[in-house]
Write a protein that binds this ligand. Structure first.
Ligand SMILES: Nc1ncnc2c1ncn2[C@@H]1O[C@H](COP(=O)(O)OP(=O)(O)OP(=O)(O)O)[C@@H](O)[C@H]1O
Length: 326
């Protein structure tokens, strides 16, 4: 197969990262290799405390690698000045602090600071970039609204617009969908993927939201304690079973057929007959209720929904579970 040439925006080789505390070194990550491609939305996933934020800090030049180096456009991150890095890497961190009386337009204009200098004076070209960032994130209508008077999802889009206005080739976002509802989480991640594709940006998102990441990401980076960083298309990692690296024990597994993490099924001694999708939900309710053994079969049917068991009829799963528990 002919290999597709991709543009590498950022890479790390044999990195060791950690912190110094009273001259003692605490190593968090070691032998870390990674490549971030332009034009892709990459999601970094891993359990709490594994070192995701530590890796982000290293990419932003906030901590220096104990070993190895991070290359941005074939130059070590440490060779860039803070101003140069700010023009190339835009960041959206969790819980940013901005004055509530600032308007969305003012916030997005702040993204131009690395280009305007500290005077903050925007020229017509800067203003065009700000307008485009507002329009790309579909929040032009919020331009004059105050940050304290918009929703969390709208504020998150404004933060993304600010990062877009910064116009770096790399965008890094730490849990941009935390605290948002399902629709907003999906919308924001889809927006980021569209931006990565349309503007050829390399976008790295730290997230715990596996379901949405599977739906939207072009690439996953999986980080787990003591193992090398695994990088690949989400679908390849699912098909190869490597996705289970996210789970440190055998209690949960990724279900290939259902496309999500599930608790390992206990041994069940009962039989349910009927359409597969109905069996799935009835079985789930019985497992949750701690019912593992039944002498006779349960049958379930559609239209009207009906469950039969021991010559009795039940109109809902709740009625069945109540009967079996009492
Ligand atoms: N400033 C610091 N000084 C010393 N140790 C730190 C510091 N910041 C983080 N750590 C330690 O580094 C390890 C990794 O932390 P990090 O915040 O990178 O994890 P994470 O994967 O981002 O976690 P989470 O998913 O909970 O945000 C933890 O053991 C943490 O205690």
């Amino acid at each position: 197969m002919e290999r597709i040439q991709k543009h590498i925006a950022l890479s790390g080789k044999e990195l060791a990262l950690g912190y110094f505390h009273q001259k003692a070194k605490k190593e968090i990550l070691s032998n870390l290799d990674f490549t971030l491609f332009s034009g892709e939305l990459t999601c970094l996933l891993g359990p709490n405390g594994v070192g995701k934020s530590t890796l982000i800090k290293a990419i932003l030049g906030q901590i220096h690698p104990c070993k190895g180096s991070i290359q941005l456009d074939q130059r070590s991150i440490t060779d860039y000045s803070i101003e140069e890095l700010a023009k190339r890497i835009a960041v959206v961190l969790t819980d940013p602090v901005f004055p509530g009386n600032m308007t969305v337009g003012q916030l997005v204009a702040l993204g131009r600071t690395p280009h305007t200098g500290w005077s903050g004076k925007l020229n017509p070209a800067d203003r065009d970039v700000v307008e485009k960032a507002l329009s790309d994130t579909k929040i032009t209508y919020l331009r004059d609204e105050r940050l304290s008077e918009i929703s969390d999802g709208q504020r998150q889009k404004a933060m993304i617009a600010r990062a877009l206005a910064q116009d770096g080739q790399v965008m890094i976002l730490d849990e941009p969908t935390a605290h948002l509802d399902l629709v907003n989480r999906f919308e924001i991640m889809s927006l980021l993927r569209d931006i990565a594709h349309a503007q050829r940006k390399a976008i790295l998102v730290v997230t715990h939201d596996l379901d949405i990441a599977i739906e939207t990401a072009d690439r996953f980076w999986l980080l787990n304690c003591g193992t090398p960083l695994i990088s690949g298309k989400p679908e390849d990692l699912i098909l190869s079973g490597q996705i289970n690296q996210l789970l440190p024990n055998n209690t949960y597994r990724f279900s290939l057929s259902r496309g999500r993490m599930e608790a390992e099924e206990p041994d069940l001694n009962f039989k349910i007959e009927g359409p597969q999708e109905l069996i799935f939900w009835v079985e789930k309710a019985l497992i949750k209720a701690g019912i593992k053994n039944l002498d006779s079969t349960i049958s379930v049917s559609h239209k009207p929904f009906l469950i039969r068991h021991q010559e009795k009829e039940f109109l809902s799963v709740e009625e069945l579970v109540f009967f079996l528990k009492h």
